[in-house]
Design a protein around this ligand. Structure first.
Ligand SMILES: NC(=O)c1ccc[n+]([C@@H]2O[C@H](COP(=O)([O-])OP(=O)(O)OC[C@H]3O[C@@H](n4cnc5c(N)ncnc54)[C@H](O)[C@@H]3O)[C@@H](O)[C@H]2O)c1
Length: 372
């Protein structure tokens, strides 16, 4: 296997920019993955954010204007900027002829996502959207169970992503809590693609939706001694319907007591069920009907999409999922992913926006709305 060096640039050196850089930093743990990413540049107008990347010896360009990074010979851009910038930044990346791993929600709203998807098609570049939770071993087992049809006829699907730090009313406002920068879909823009990526990939595509949206915390400290409007949806509870009438409950919540960052998926069928939550990261629950009825708990090891040097019995976590996701992006980019799990596609991200748009309409009309 010959190594293929991929020159990577990051636009947006905040929380996720640093996470991606850290994943690249421990690439050597992967076995048998040919692409070798090298982080060569970062663009961010915030000097403090940019300064963090001085610790990475391979970085050649630290710039405040991302156009300067696009003018270099980077092959791939990872873009992790506030949602109101997705449209412009992603389209500029594609126009510059670079491949793109874009952060969710892939545009601030449905119209913006449609523009980005059109730009993807026009450019012919390889583009995927970030969603790492399906790379947890337990999530992959849920996916495999769905694929092999062992559950019988599906009865229900329940997926959620729950946070609780917003229950702290003294937590200062940030761009994710304001419509102008996060988008009208609020918490669905923030957490929603994580919830639907795996179900969509398994062919569970909702036709209709009824939504209950809550904006409970309406102001937050602005960090300058005053208060600022906090006008996004905090919690979204969606009851969607699959084409065969199967209910699919989708919850994205910032106000969920006791949940720090819990991603969960449960699928129940007539012959069995399967569920996994990152709250118990090595536990897979399987519902069995024989020889006795009940949920059986299985301890999982460190088995994700790509083999790693990490001990097979060691626990899997968020940084591992991000590493696997970026490996999947780079391997799929070279056309050799085969049947291994892949990152969310532009089409899946667009479909998620269509679902949030229908959900917002449903909340307004208090009716079930079609997802179009
Ligand atoms: N995949 C995940 O698990 C996950 C987790 C958190 C956030 N996200 C997504 O990642 C993206 C960024 O979120 P974050 O939490 O890293 O935010 P952040 O606020 O920590 O970082 C955003 C960075 O973008 C920079 N920025 C602003 N304008 C810029 C510009 N014109 N050019 C370059 N950089 C610019 C900011 O200075 C900041 O450093 C969002 O789309 C968010 O939804 C994904």
């Amino acid at each position: 296997m010959s190594t293929q060096v991929v020159r990577v640039g990051i636009i947006g050196g905040g929380l996720m920019g640093r996470e991606l850089a850290s994943a690249i930093g421990r690439w050597f743990v992967l076995d048998g993955v040919a692409p070798l990413p090298v982080l060569v540049g970062v663009a961010d107008p915030n000097p403090k954010a940019l300064g963090w990347f001085h610790r990475i010896p391979s970085v050649e360009h630290l710039v405040d204007d991302y156009h300067q990074l696009l003018a270099t010979d980077v092959d791939v851009i990872y873009a992790a900027v506030p949602h109101d910038l997705h449209d412009q930044v992603y389209c500029d990346v594609l126009a510059a002829g670079k491949d793109l791993l874009a952060e969710k929600p892939f545009g601030i709203d449905l119209t913006s996502a449609q523009r980005i998807v059109a730009a993807c098609e026009k450019s012919g570049r390889f583009v995927r959207c970030s969603s790492e939770f399906p790379f947890f071993p337990g999530a992959l087992r849920v996916y495999q169970t769905l694929q092999n049809g062992h559950l019988g006829e599906l009865l229900e699907v329940n997926a959620s992503f729950l946070h609780s730090s917003d229950l702290d009313l003294a937590k200062p406002i940030n761009w994710k809590r304001q419509v102008r920068t996060c988008g009208e879909a609020g918490v669905m823009n923030d957490l929603g693609l994580h919830v639907v990526h795996l179900p969509f990939r398994a062919g569970l595509l909702p036709e209709r939706v009824y939504a209950q949206l809550q904006n409970v915390v309406k102001t937050r400290p602005d960090g300058k001694g005053g208060m600022a409007d906090c006008d996004t949806w905090d919690n979204a509870t969606l009851t969607a319907t699959l084409p065969n009438g199967v209910p699919m409950r989708l919850e994205t919540k910032r106000l969920a007591p006791g949940q720090i960052n819990s991603w969960s998926l449960e699928v129940i069928g007539t012959r069995g069920g399967v569920k996994f939550s990152t709250k118990q990261p090595k536990t897979l629950w399987t519902y069995q009907t024989a020889p006795e009825v009940g949920w059986v708990q299985t301890d999982l090891g460190h088995a994700s999409v790509f083999p790693v040097a990490t001990g097979g019995i060691f626990e899997f976590g968020f940084p591992d999922a991000l590493l696997q996701m970026f490996a999947s992006f780079l391997v799929e980019r070279t056309g050799v992913l085969e049947d291994r799990f892949g990152c969310a596609t532009p089409t899946e991200a667009l479909l998620s926006h269509a679902l949030w748009a229908a959900a917002m309409k449903s909340h307004e009309t208090q009716q079930v709305e079609n997802v179009t």
